[in-house]
Design a protein around this ligand. Structure first.
Ligand code: ZN
Ligand code: ZN
Length: 94
């Protein structure tokens, strides 16, 4: 799979060492990453399954995998349906 140089990064939050947080691009072939504190104002691809890009803001920067408002709403509804299933199980399904 060939990845173009110019794409919207699909940021995923990860930790380097004990407490240095970075967002790294999860797309194959891309090694880009950025300090978590610098993520605000950047575009990331949505992790919710759509192909939208989301603009990272304060609340999105708290998420490990940013998703757009549409997907957030969808997940909220799904969570309501799955309320009886323990949190860990539902996470696996996302
Ligand atoms: Zn990338
Ligand atoms: Zn989305």
């Amino acid at each position: 799979m060939k990845v173009k140089n110019k794409h919207v990064h699909k940021y995923e939050k990860t930790k380097i060492g004990d407490n240095y947080e970075v967002y790294k691009c999860a797309l194959p072939g891309c090694t880009h990453y950025i300090a978590a504190t610098l993520i605000i104002g950047r575009l990331s691809l949505c992790w919710g399954g759509c192909q939208n890009a989301v603009l990272m803001d304060n609340s999105l920067s708290k998420m490990k995998r940013p998703i757009c408002d549409d997907c957030k709403e969808l997940r909220r509804k799904q969570r309501e349906l799955l309320r009886s299933i323990p949190e860990e199980t539902t996470n696996e399904m996302l």
